[in-house]
Write a protein of this length. Structure first.
Length: 99
């Protein structure tokens, strides 16, 4: 049996049957679940926004935390030169010497 014959006789019908099963599952199970989800989202917009925001923060934390850390003077390599955080680090030994 050649690969072409195998594809026509065995694989083709098996894939056609698998497609029918997946289509039936989608119509019977997924369709009603999507409708219920859409209805719940319409009835609970605030909860939906909170869930979506939490998922976004979980999946893409750098989008939220990188700008916040940059505001406080942190960069990818640590404390950024010329920011307000760098001055207390250098002035601390001078303060200790004065005491």
């Amino acid at each position: 049996m050649t690969l072409d014959e195998l594809g026509r006789e065995k694989l083709g019908p098996a894939l056609a049957e698998a497609g029918k099963v997946v289509d039936g599952f989608g119509r019977e199970q997924v369709g009603p679940a999507v409708e219920k989800t859409g209805k719940w989202v319409g009835e609970h917009p605030a909860e939906t926004a909170m869930i979506a925001g939490g998922m976004f923060t979980f999946l893409f934390p750098a989008v939220i935390y990188s700008p916040v850390l940059a505001i406080f003077g942190f960069g990818s390599g640590g404390v950024t030169a010329g920011t307000c955080l760098i001055f207390p680090l250098f002035s601390l030994p001078a303060c200790a010497r004065r005491c």
